[in-house]
Ligand binder design. Structure first.
Ligand SMILES: Nc1nc2c(ncn2[C@@H]2O[C@H](COP(=O)(O)OP(=O)(O)OP(=O)(O)O)[C@@H](O)[C@H]2O)c(=O)[nH]1
Ligand SMILES: [Mg+2]
Length: 276
């Protein structure tokens, strides 16, 4: 059985950094794993080690922009459409590997996840090849600084989940940047990791103080209600400076794909102290 996890999320959320760390970690524990770069805009100068499969061997954003005159976003869509027309290339690249675990580093253009049919088509192709798939959606901890920013992150995660329709986890990355005080569960951090829709509904005092436009109140309430009625989104914290934190994310990804089905079923490795 082959497994593939799509590492997705907005620009700069830490997808590539996680992919590299996860690959290195899994290699250390002697698991066979491959890094697949699906970002045609990736800069090879930043590779500490080469991906096993690299979309840039098929098409690169630089070439599309310089030769066809596309801008970065249109160019990215062109690259993916080109990939979909050349799935033979992907099959050939994937073909050499059986019984493998692929960590697929995706680009950061959010429209790829929220409404383009490109990734769902690609995922369907993986499934056809008998590869078990899942996704991890990364949102960075900076989104926890402000409740409105945070809810835009929750909504993008929800939209991506609904668009992709595969087993899924959400990751709150860069937790090393969150101050120790706000790591304390008593400070309300858990209201973010396991979102509390009431966070977004402003209190009466706040409403008066800020003299917010009444129309936005009803919109905020409607969004809060949507999140309450569809509690799909909760986040697993990731602090790359803590090995156990990487292990925990990997164990959740394994669980979503039932990795190692021949062995005893495993529960995700949650740490007892409830921290990372
Ligand atoms: N402090 C901290 N910085 C991080 C972490 N992960 C990534 N970064 C930094 O965040 C920036 C973006 O990281 P990337 O891994 O390239 O993010 P990405 O999601 O792949 O970005 P795109 O591919 O451009 O969408 C880089 O400067 C990283 O060094 C983390 O866990 N902690
Ligand atoms: Mg990246």
């Amino acid at each position: 059985m082959r497994y593939a996890v799509f590492v997705t999320g907005p620009a700069g959320a830490g997808k590539t950094t996680f992919c590299k760390n996860a690959v290195q970690h899994l290699q250390t524990v002697k698991r066979t794993v491959h890094w697949v770069n699906l970002d045609p805009a990736a800069d090879p100068e930043t590779y500490e080690f080469a991906p096993t499969i690299d979309i840039r061997d098929l098409i690169s954003l630089d070439d599309v922009m310089s030769e066809l005159g596309f801008g970065p976003n249109g160019g990215l869509v062109y690259c993916f459409e080109y990939l979909l027309q050349n799935l033979d290339w992907l099959d050939e690249e994937l073909g050499d590997y059986t019984d493998d675990y692929l960590i697929i580093d995706c680009p950061g253009q959010i429209e790829l996840y929220t409404h383009h049919p490109i990734l769902p088509t690609l995922v369907a192709h993986f499934k056809q090849m008998g590869i078990r798939t899942s996704a991890a959606y990364f949102v960075e901890s900076q989104f926890m600084e402000d409740k409105y920013k945070f809810f835009s992150g929750v909504l993008s995660a929800m939209s991506a989940m609904v668009n992709l329709e595969i087993p899924w986890i959400n990751v709150m990355s860069k937790m090393d940047l969150v101050s120790t005080r706000s790591k304390d569960p008593a400070s309300g951090r858990n209201g973010y990791l396991d979102p509390d829709p009431l966070l977004i509904a402003p209190s009466a005092v706040e409403e008066d103080e800020k003299q917010l436009n009444k129309r936005f109140h009803s919109l905020n309430r409607a969004i809060a209600q949507l999140i309450e009625e569809h509690p799909l989104v909760s986040f697993l914290p990731l602090d790359l400076t803590v090995t156990e934190s990487i292990e925990r994310i990997i164990s959740h990804i394994d669980y979503t794909m039932q990795y190692g089905e021949d062995e005893e079923p495993k529960e995700p490795n949650d740490m007892d102290d409830g921290d990372f």
